[in-house]
Design a protein around this ligand. Structure first.
Ligand code: ZN
Ligand code: ZN
Length: 224
């Protein structure tokens, strides 16, 4: 099999242990060298808000706490380093749909471990559907999730978060609408997104869930 990122042939044989476990086999989708270019976020020194390695509660999260009176507990798998930026460029902006497989297993595993009542992937708007053709988050998730609870506002043009500066991102107005309030009431919610940058997108979605009376809310992103 070829590495999805660089095309190198991967020689992979399941071990005897893999075969004896009767688990679904997950052959690597990228070679060891590409895999090493991504940096996992360790457990040490994690901010209990954004989950980045910035100490107990980082300045960004302290500002959210002041502004909203609550913070979301986010967990991310990888640092948003150059390799991850390059990956996102190819996957999202060049629309290479095959690349959903690179992190699908790891992301799905972490999402399922949370045992949330509802898994809600952050939706993409009409414009992105038309240009990219797929939601980069749901494409990676190999589990049950709900896409009929939060939608994007019609005519919303707040698409290119990634092209904005930090202050601009933080000023972005609410791009989402709640489609199904009753479903959320008293439930534990897990939001899933690709990248946590300022937190603005996640907090917009989380605010709607809080207003609808969810019991608890957390989020997971692939990178931050
Ligand atoms: Zn490779
Ligand atoms: Zn933080």
């Amino acid at each position: 099999m070829e590495c999805l990122l660089c095309g190198t042939i991967i020689n992979w044989q399941p071990t005897l242990w893999d075969l004896l476990c009767f688990k679904k086999l997950t052959p690597p989708r990228v070679c060891a060298r590409c895999s090493q270019s991504f940096t996992k976020i360790g457990n040490a020194d994690r901010c209990r808000g954004c989950g980045r390695q910035r100490g107990n509660l980082c300045e960004d999260c302290q500002r959210w706490q002041q502004k909203l009176g609550w913070i979301i507990h986010n967990q991310s798998l990888f640092e948003y380093n150059d390799a991850m930026k390059d990956y996102m460029q190819r996957y999202k902006f060049m629309g290479d749909y095959r690349l959903r497989q690179v992190f699908s297993h790891e992301l799905t595993t972490l999402v399922c471990q949370q045992n949330a009542d509802l898994i809600i992937p952050i939706p993409i708007n009409q414009h992105t559907w038309q240009t990219r053709g797929f939601n980069q988050v749901t494409a990676m998730l190999d589990c049950r999730y709900s896409v009929d609870i939060i939608g994007t506002k019609a005519g919303n043009k707040e698409v290119f978060q990634s092209q904005k500066g930090r202050q601009q991102r933080l000023r972005t107005s609410q791009p989402f609408v709640l489609l199904n309030k009753d479903e959320i009431c008293q439930k534990s919610i897990l939001l899933v997104d690709d990248v946590y940058t300022t937190g603005r997108t996640i907090y917009h979605a989380a605010t709607l869930c809080y207003q609808a009376g969810c019991r608890s809310i957390k989020s997971i992103t692939l990178a931050s």
